[in-house]
Design a binder for this molecule. Structure first.
Ligand code: LLP
Length: 427
């Protein structure tokens, strides 16, 4: 994928001049590189699926989901992780094969459970006793058997890279690993005619730049698999290790390769299964951000430029927290360039301010740029994950369009919201 300057001196992304894209589609604009997404999918195939033939990889669609994204993921031969009726509906409408769907969620509604069963999704990841009963009841009514995994909380807190011993007791996700609780679940599932227990799932966190949390969780999960074998004479067939592989947002992020995570995960599973004399389970990974994060940029037009002497220069853009809530929510850091001044020296340090009525709507503090002027195009980098999918209409700001680019060709995949869209559901 090319992400650099073209002959025009403007910032190019996957062969497209971003200043021309801004003119053609207006701003704010999400631009997503198909080349980059396909390269990541192929890296997963080459370095993980082909190396470990029993393994599977599902794209965590919460990171970025559109009909076209479903088609690309299907075309690249990956599975899809969905977490709501809306995500499942998108996959259905895109014609995504239902047997390749993994359905998650910590509080699936009855309607969602029924929708998943009606469409015979490949796996439902069971989070709690309520849904286990409902899945079995409804699958009985529909005369089918649904394959399930149990989501467990291994008690590994990865956001801070620290292990918190009470984590397993204090999480809204999954089944606590307390023996009194988890044995009851497994016993119950084994007695149910319309669910088939396949194994376990865990997800230790997101934007991880180290593999330690995954490995710690595997130690805990393989011990659980041994206990299950001892208690129920049952081999665990599948282990879904979630996603969380980190990407580069700024130069400070030490991005690791896929194999840094996956080889270490597979080696540890192999080692522990030998130690406990277990069959090696089928392993699934669920990367979201790692597939799409760096595939996306967001283009904005610079409007007001406000200098407060000896304090800072605020550079106002025509978007902000409605299209990218991550800085406000997680203090997330981004990098950006002025797309039409890619060759000029970075002579100023500025703060990029969104247009919402919120002082917290600041996308980037202390960004080095060439002298900015109203009308310049700002390209914020690595916005492919959890931007479009988390966008809102706060302040009644319509959501941007999404343009997919590939080797110099651009095509609209989601049209811009209009003001009429904003009131279209109102009575
Ligand atoms: N599998 C499960 C069960 C998950 O809960 C998640 C993310 C993933 C896979 C994919 O994680 P990834 O590979 O994308 O890190 N909104 C936050 C991220 C929340 C992630 C929640 N679960 C953000 O913008 O950073």
């Amino acid at each position: 994928m090319t992400s650099n300057q073209g002959f025009s001196g403007n910032f190019h992304f996957d062969g497209c001049d971003t200043v021309e894209l801004a003119k053609k589609y207006k701003t704010p604009l999400y631009v997503v590189s198909e080349t980059y997404i396909r390269e990541r999918c192929r890296e997963i195939r080459r370095d993980f699926l082909d190396q470990y033939p029993e393994s599977r990889a599902a794209f965590a669609s919460k990171a970025f989901l559109t009909l076209e994204m479903c088609r690309i993921i299907d075309n690249e031969g990956l599975d899809l992780d969905v977490v709501s009726g809306g995500e499942l509906y998108t996959a259905i409408k895109a014609g995504f094969p239902m047997e390749k769907i993994i359905f998650h969620g910590n509080n699936k509604t009855l309607d969602e459970i029924r929708m998943a069963v009606d469409h015979k999704v490949g796996r439902i990841v069971v989070d709690n006793a309520f849904e286990l009963e409902e899945i079995n009841l409804y699958a009985k009514e529909k005369n089918c058997v649904i394959s399930i995994l149990f989501r467990v909380t291994p008690g590994v807190d990865s956001h801070t890279h620290k292990f918190i011993s009470t984590g397993h007791l204090d999480s809204k996700f999954g089944i606590p690993l307390d023996e009194r609780v988890r044995s009851g679940y497994i016993k119950r599932a084994l007695g149910m005619p319309n669910v088939k227990f396949m194994g376990f799932h865990f997800h230790v966190g997101s934007q991880l730049l180290e593999n330690a949390s995954h490995l710690a969780a595997i130690d805990i999960l393989t011990k659980l698999m041994k206990d299950v074998k001892d208690e129920f004479s049952l081999e665990t067939k599948e282990l879904n290790v979630g996603g969380g592989f980190g990407i580069r947002y700024t130069e400070e992020d030490d991005r690791k390769t896929l194999t840094y995570f996956t080889n270490a995960i597979m080696e540890r599973i192999d080692e522990k299964c030998h130690e406990y004399k277990l069959l090696i389970p089928r392993v699934t990974i669920e990367p979201g951000r790692w597939i799409v994060g760096e595939s996306g940029i967001t283009l904005y037009t610079i409007g007001s430029i406000k200098e407060i002497p000896d304090v800072r220069i605020y550079v106002g853009i025509d978007g902000g927290m409605p299209d990218n809530p991550r800085p406000a929510l997680y203090d997330a850091k981004y990098d950006a360039v002025i797309a039409n001044k890619i060759n000029l020296p970075k002579s100023e340090v500025v703060t990029i301010a969104g247009k919402c009525c919120e002082s917290g709507d600041i996308l980037i503090y202390d960004l080095s740029v060439p002298k900015p002027e109203s009308g310049d195009i700002l390209a914020v980098l690595s916005t492919g994950a959890y931007n479009y999918s988390m966008a809102s209409n706060y302040n009644r700001i319509p959501r941007p369009a999404v343009v997919m680019v590939k080797e110099g060709i651009d095509r609209l995949i989601v049209r811009r919201e209009t003001y009429d869209d904003l009131i279209s559901r109102e009575i």
